[in-house]
Design a protein around this ligand. Structure first.
Ligand code: F6R
Length: 610
């Protein structure tokens, strides 16, 4: 987790670094800090909490630092305090380190250093790196860093400045992305955990990996391998005309992104279907139809909301293409020794393309010979680089930590992929066209739900007085209920349990009481009668019920206390209207609670630790 930014160039380095860190705040916002060299001395400023706190501290000083390194933190080792904020300086105050990742053996290294009478100021694993480099330093920083890297276990991207080298940043990486960008004409060098933080610049970019070290100064960039031999890195042109999105009048990015969905779903579809042939089109799919037709098993790997999208995709692939498909949580799969045969296709889904557990599971699958199809929103990411082929969501940057538009775009890409696989097999052109007709209606279906947001706002007022919730659904609505519960808990900090409605009688029903409302997702036609029975069971035990049901489902009205009516669609696509309604419910409940909706406590947009 965490974001690293570094700059050498002609601009105001402090300002550039702060701007860079703001682009990286999605990787964590527990604290932030910068360090640079001024008149031969290390200068560091750190602040607890969001980057604006750091900015306020910096504004009090008229600061010029060059070179500069900066960091935005998601706490792993040690609480979110100024003391634990990066950069971490060694006890002799010679060097400063910013770090992204986790040092697994930090405890034994710390004990070793303490035995050498080196004292520690923080609880972090990172401080071990700064102290170790200082301990090994005898005038050659690269050698000291290399010795340190050989002792570290875990994953890291690091950037270092040392007061003996006032014009230089030195960086290294293992299993954690670190991009280095340069522009010789402007003599600027940038370092970042994510090249998308190089907004608005034209640069040549390369990535460090496998314990490579980059020694960066105004004149040149030298890259060394783990044996300290110079190597030539392949660079890519990075041309960014992007600017950071604004809220465009919405109170929060989350609300803006919820309302963007008719558009983003449309974008995910655009150019990707043929009405004449009733199928999907993927120009950039690097798998031949023969390879896809030979697929006997699909393994989907993802985390969080992306896993929910993957689970819905798995149901579509099984129902429509009749291919056995399993959606696995990446952090579990990688320790399971997954069964991958010649005809297994692995699909990795990630909005950010940087989720460490997903990347680790992808690497495990690749080691077993699997081909990887990535479904990703952010371009230029680790997952896009490591996949054999990628389908992009084209949803635009998702700034709110709570994922909304990426989820519905993921479902859209998966629906099209399921259609493609089905048409390659047994699905008729007519059935393909009928499915496409339903899919094309979805942007309007979503718009209709959005237009009635005020109704959901008043329901949110009523239900925000409760502390615990059950979210129930069956089949497609089961995963929808999991995703809906996740939305509520992550932004309102209320306890919400998503559950298959048919399962609660096997234990969880013991929790039902008038103090525990049930949010019921009733839009799956196949299981409609069954969920009515489940709702009767909870009603007779006093649970207040808010149901999301398609127009015409009048039986629900007889049972539920409140009903929000949804525009109709087929079961495979019923997640769209239900999820949009659930996103709005979570948003308005969080608003009632006064929580920090776009950046909820303890979270980060991109989870880059395993
Ligand atoms: C929830 C949420 C997370 C992410 C998860 C995976 O709103 O955003 O659960 O879905 O951390 O992230 P990506 O899709 O970037 O791999």
């Amino acid at each position: 987790m965490c974001g690293i930014f570094g700059y050498i160039g002609t601009e105001n380095a402090v300002k550039t670094c702060i701007e860079g860190l703001k682009q990286l705040a999605y990787r964590g916002y527990d604290s932030s800090g910068i360090a640079g060299i001024r008149k031969g001395q290390l200068v560091s400023i750190k602040a607890e909490g969001k980057i604006v706190n750091l900015e306020k501290k910096i504004q009090l000083k008229d600061l010029e630092l060059a070179p500069i390194i900066g960091h935005t933190r998601w706490a792993t080792h040690g609480i979110a305090s100024e003391n634990n904020a990066h950069p971490h300086i060694d006890s002799k105050e010679t060097l400063a380190v910013v770090h992204n990742g986790i040092i697994d053996n930090f405890d034994s290294l710390r004990t070793f250093l303490k035995q050498k009478n080196i004292s520690f100021r923080s609880e972090t694993d990172t401080e071990v790196i700064s102290q170790l480099i200082a301990y090994h330093y005898e005038g050659n920083l690269t050698v000291a860093l290399n010795k340190t890297l050989s002792l570290l276990k875990g994953s890291f991207a690091i950037a270092i400045i040392h007061k003996d080298f006032p014009n230089q940043i030195i960086a290294a990486s293992r299993e954690s992305p670190l991009a280095i960008g340069y522009n010789h004409t402007k003599k600027e060098r940038l370092i970042s955990s994510d090249p998308n933080a190089f907004l608005g610049r034209n640069l040549n970019v390369f990535y460090l990996r496998n314990d490579e070290i980059a020694v960066i100064n105004r004149q040149k960039i030298e890259v060394l391998d783990a044996h300290l031999s110079p190597i030539i890195k392949k660079t890519e042109k990075f041309n960014s005309t992007l600017t950071f999105p604004t809220k465009e009048g919405y109170e929060h990015f989350m609300l803006k992104e919820i309302f963007e969905q008719p558009n983003t779903i449309q974008k995910a579809m655009l150019g990707h279907y043929s009405e004449n042939f009733g199928t999907a089109i993927f120009d950039n799919l690097n798998f031949s139809n023969q390879e896809l037709m030979a697929t006997r098993h699909i393994l989907i790997i993802a985390c969080g909301t992306s896993w929910h999208a993957g689970s819905i995709g798995a149901s579509m692939l099984e129902d429509m293409a009749r291919i056995s498909t399993q959606a696995e949580i990446a952090s579990e799969l990688r320790f399971k020794n997954p069964i991958i045969s010649d005809n297994t296709l692995v699909i990795a889904i990630s909005q950010s393309g940087e989720t460490a557990d997903t990347i680790a599971a992808v690497r495990e699958a690749k080691a077993k010979g699997a081909k990887i199809l990535g479904i990703v929103n952010a371009q230029n990411t680790t997952l896009t680089r490591e996949s054999d082929s990628c389908l992009f969501l084209k949803a635009g940057p998702e700034i709110s930590v709570c994922s909304t538009k990426a989820f519905t775009s993921q479902i859209t890409v998966l629906a099209l992929f399921a259609l493609y696989m089905a048409r390659l097999r047994h699905m008729s052109k007519e059935d393909g066209k009928a499915f496409l007709d339903e899919l094309k209606k979805i942007p309007d279906v979503v718009t209709e739900v959005l237009q009635r947001h005020e109704q959901i706002q008043s329901l949110a007022k009523k239900y925000s007085t409760f502390h615990d919730f059950f979210f129930l659904g069956r089949r497609y609505m089961h995963t929808t209920s999991l995703e809906a519960a996740l939305k509520l808990k992550e932004i309102s900090y209320l306890n919400a349990n998503g559950y298959p409605a048919g399962e609660i009688k096997h234990g969880p029903i013991a929790l039902i009481s008038p103090k525990l409302p049930v949010i019921a997702f009733c839009a799956n036609h196949q299981t409609y009668d069954k969920i009515l029975g489940n709702l009767m069971e909870v009603k007779s035990r006093g649970a207040p019920i808010l149901a999301f049901a398609p127009y015409g489902a009048h039986e629900v009205q007889e049972i539920a206390d409140d009903v929000f009516w949804l525009p109709p669609t087929i079961d495979e696509l019923a997640t769209y209207p239900s999820s949009i309604a659930a996103q709005l419910l979570a948003y308005y409940i969080a608003k009632e609670k006064g929580t920090e909706i776009d950046q909820p406590r303890n979270l980060a947009k991109s989870v880059t630790v395993q």
